[in-house]
Design a binder for this molecule. Structure first.
Ligand code: OAD
Length: 249
């Protein structure tokens, strides 16, 4: 499939010359790696209530249920590999003088594709954190033998090191993401439904600060009316075309 890059092409020379590009990604970027998105048909939240699986209250009430959910996601993750969207973004980062990659994804696939410093707004499913002493450790290669897992240091309850609904984003990650949005010349919103705050506000912040905003998503989202251009196609198709056009083949 060919992609008509005309709406964004006028900014290519600026980006090559070092004007900053910022990119916000969501679950749609990993869909082509076989990881389900959250919303829509077949999404993770279909038939599930996020409040019962991804909140501090849910974990306090039933840590085993919450851990079964995240263990299932880890299993899917173990079989997943970066797709062309992740790889094209990594090539772009290696080619452009200034690019910041911000993601809501917790799957680690941007780093696996070679992106050096993805800003992970929602934490990482590849790490655990003790809800007692705060000790952070890499997630084990194999599923836990029994749930819920306990901290090796203090025997407190381990939790996945992700951000749940009702929790604040990691301070440094948010500061860096907000700064990148504010200073970006071009801001791409890729594969996210743009309904979960505060990540969804980054495109708005960028547009208000004067960035040229583009959406890459087969479906329209609430950010679309603010966008200068939209690409209604899969992330792999558009990012691959964009990377090639910018010399990041
Ligand atoms: P969503 O599931 O809400 O949205 C995924 C988006 O990806 C949708 O708009 C799809 O149209 C789009 N999409 C699907 N396949 C695509 C493809 N191949 N290429 C491009 N786009 C595609 O996922 P997020 O917006 O990431 O938070 O969700 C945001 C947050 O809500 C998540 O980080 C998670 C979730 O609840 C927490 O768990 C705290």
């Amino acid at each position: 499939m060919t992609v008509d890059l005309a709406p964004i092409a006028p900014y290519f020379s600026d980006l090559r010359a070092g004007r900053p590009l910022a990119v916000l990604t969501g679950a749609g970027v990993s869909a082509e790696s076989g990881l389900p998105t959250f919303r829509g048909p077949g999404g993770i939240w279909e038939g599930e209530r996020a409040e019962e699986l991804a909140t501090p209250g849910a974990f306090a009430r039933d840590p085993v249920k919450v851990w079964r959910f995240y263990s299932w996601r880890r299993e899917k993750l173990r079989a997943a590999r970066p797709n062309e969207a992740h790889l094209a973004l990594a090539r772009l980062e290696a080619t452009l003088p200034r690019m910041t990659l911000i993601t809501q994804n917790v799957d680690g696939l941007h780093a696996a594709a070679g992106s050096r410093h993805p800003i992970e707004l929602h934490g990482s499913l590849l790490r655990d954190r003790c809800s007692g002493c705060g000790h952070v450790s890499p997630a084990p290669d194999q599923p836990f033998e029994s749930l819920p897992p306990r901290c090796p240091l203090c025997a407190g309850l381990l939790r996945p090191d992700v951000v749940w609904f009702g929790e604040s984003l990691p301070y440094d990650a948010w500061q860096a993401a907000e700064a990148a949005a504010e200073e970006s010349a071009v801001f791409l919103v890729v594969g996210t439904s743009s309904v979960v705050a505060p990540a969804s506000s980054l495109g708005i912040i960028a547009a208000r600060a004067g960035a040229h905003l583009f959406e890459i998503n087969p479906e329209a989202t609430p950010i679309a009316p603010l966008a200068e251009g939209v690409f209604r196609a899969k992330a792999s198709t558009v990012m691959s075309a964009l990377a090639t056009a910018l010399g990041a083949a």
